[in-house]
Design a protein around this ligand. Structure first.
Ligand code: ADP
Length: 549
């Protein structure tokens, strides 16, 4: 017997309709690539999204067509998020930090018909335009006054945002269609091989959004003032543009201005009380505060600093707590998982823990949220126990987990039970807290045992002189591989190899101790802000370990 409830499709357009109707006055603040800070509201974004929809119709974009963006976080990008998907077209957020040839590859692979770009990317677009086979129109996201010169694009195909969007009607009826229709497309950065496309649907996005807002997930509500540091070209910016619309939160968007000073000023001026970003952005903020000891970061009133994409170091948890009075927590997931899978929030029973144990708990990536089933398996695919000790590859299943890649790239991914392989290795404890040991391709195998690079990096970053650290496996004649620590020192600090090893010796088991420490000015990063270990491994392949045992 079927229930008698209305069968209404879950549509992304319903989010912006809701935000405009019930939270119309709530502000959206963006620092534009052009420089100034612009204030708009959910009501304005609602109107803009409808203008985008009308403009796309005029440009001949139809249901299912792909529309690309090369853009920072801003109100214009937000209007595109809703306007493009709302019409039934597919919003393809292109990561501008990919190599230019990868950008050409994915625009052609996606067959994007229109490309919206921030003026910062005019030189990039100019250089690549002739390699884009399918793009008919290029829209510079600015006004007439700031229109860039973009050699390589014929004048009739280069449009100005204010002309093409600004003159449209703000009336538009959002269409209703199958909720499983594609809504957005995001390519993984692909450290090896070509990037692969993850194609989200209206249904997957809406279910992910509902769960993202929950108290134990990201805890977003109408009182939230969110600094969206995570770029909107990463995994739909962890769902927050949608979640903020669903609950009417205020969004503060930094555009390209991610240096410590700009981020600090924006947080202060706008009363930001929660924020999301990869740990490296917070390191820039900390470096700015190091240079300005007169600033008391408590004045910000920040409550939560959410991180993801890389492990949250203990030193960062402590610093947010001590200097900001804020709670840092992490989530784990990937582009293929929309991205939220687990979130590291304490349970009520943890209230009784002493502060140091509560902090240690936050080093775990977190507990599964409803909608995501998780298993860890051994090399033969057998499920491993949730005892906090056994570790194996993490597989996930759920309505916002990819079933495969766009246009079948990479082949069938799911196992017989429909789980997706994440390529991450973790333990899960009896409370369901998942703790990442490594990515399968980064694990260090020493004498048949595994050394967790994540744990070692965490321990190293606890040293007051270390700003950033990466641990890689280096070939070793006896042990197969041994860990090498590559570290960046904090400005104005010094430390020797011996200092660091002595510090680590008190924190990790003896056989985990790196065989050597190398200091560098900078670590290589991927387009999504992770340390590019593949490059480090190549660079240090022949590194003479100082203590061959
Ligand atoms: P990429 O294109 O580099 O895969 P993603 O943003 O999809 O980019 O990255 C997902 C990966 O990031 C995960 O598989 C995991 O290895 C890593 N990651 C995500 N969150 C965390 C976290 N909290 N701690 C450690 N690693 C994380």
């Amino acid at each position: 017997m079927l229930g008698l409830m209305q069968d209404r499709p879950l549509m992304i357009s319903s989010l912006i309709e809701h935000a405009a109707a019930f939270h119309g006055d709530t502000e959206i603040v963006s620092r534009l690539p052009e420089g100034p800070v612009r204030r708009t509201t959910w009501r304005d974004i609602g109107e803009r999204a409808k203008q985008v929809a009308n403009a796309l119709a005029e440009l001949g974009v139809r249901h299912g067509d792909r529309v690309a963006t090369l853009a920072w976080n801003s109100d214009r990008h937000l209007a595109l998020y809703f306007g493009v998907s709302g019409t039934g077209a597919v919003m393809h957020t292109v990561n501008p930090r990919l190599f230019p040839e990868q950008i050409s590859y994915i625009v052609n692979h996606a067959e994007d018909r229109v490309l919206f770009f921030d003026i910062t990317f005019a030189p990039l677009v100019s250089g690549l335009a002739s390699s884009f086979d399918s793009v008919e129109y290029f829209v510079a996201m600015t006004d007439r006054e700031h229109m860039p010169d973009v050699p390589g694009i014929p004048a009739d195909r280069l449009l100005c945002w204010e002309d093409v969007i600004g003159r449209q009607s703000t009336h538009y009826e959002w269409p209703e269609f199958d909720e499983c229709s594609a809504s957005s497309l995001c390519y993984t950065s692909g450290t090896t091989g070509n990037p692969k496309g993850v194609l989200y649907s209206h249904r997957s996005t809406m279910l992910h959004t509902l769960m993202a807002a929950a108290r134990d997930t990201i805890d977003i509500h109408s009182g939230s003032v969110i600094l969206l540091v995570v770029p909107m070209f990463h995994a739909n910016a962890w769902g927050s543009p949608y979640t903020a619309a669903m609950v009417g939160a205020k969004l503060v968007m930094p555009g390209p201005h991610l240096d410590g000073e700009s981020v600090y000023q924006l947080m202060k001026a706008e009363g930001v009380n929660q924020s999301q970003g990869v740990p490296t952005v917070w390191m820039m903020l900390f470096a700015y505060l190091d240079e300005h000891p007169e600033i008391d970061a408590h004045e910000l009133g920040l409550r939560y600093a959410g991180t993801g994409g890389a492990a949250l170091p203990l030193s960062m948890i402590e610093r947010f707590e001590k200097d900001f009075g804020a709670e840092a927590y992490q989530g784990w997931g990937m582009t293929e998982t929309s991205p939220l899978c687990v979130v590291g929030r304490p349970l009520p029973k943890h209230d009784a823990l002493d502060p140091a144990d509560r902090r240690s708990l936050r080093l775990k990536q977190g507990r599964g949220i409803w909608g995501v089933e998780i298993k860890i398996v051994d090399d033969d695919g057998n499920r491993l126990p949730w005892d906090g000790r056994a570790f194996g590859e993490v597989w996930v299943r759920g309505p916002w987990i990819a079933s495969g890649y766009y246009r079948g790239e990479g082949g069938d991914k799911l196992d017989g039970e429909g789980f997706f392989p994440t390529g991450d290795v973790a333990t899960i404890d009896p409370d369901g807290y998942l703790q990442l040991v490594d990515r399968t391709k980064d694990v260090i195998k020493s004498g048949g045992e595994w050394v967790s690079s994540i744990d070692l990096e965490n321990a190293a970053m606890g040293h007051p002189a270390i700003a950033e650290a990466a641990v890689i496996g280096v070939p070793h004649p006896k042990w197969q591989e041994r860990p090498l620590l590559v570290a960046v020192l904090r400005k104005g600090h010094s430390a020797t190899r011996e200092d660091i090893l002595e510090f680590l010796a008190e924190r990790v088991v003896r056989w985990w101790l790196p065989d050597d420490v190398v200091f560098v000015d900078e670590l290589p990063h991927t387009a999504t802000g992770k340390v590019l270990k593949i490059t480090l491994r190549e660079q240090y392949r022949d590194h003479e370990l100082s203590q061959p045992e």
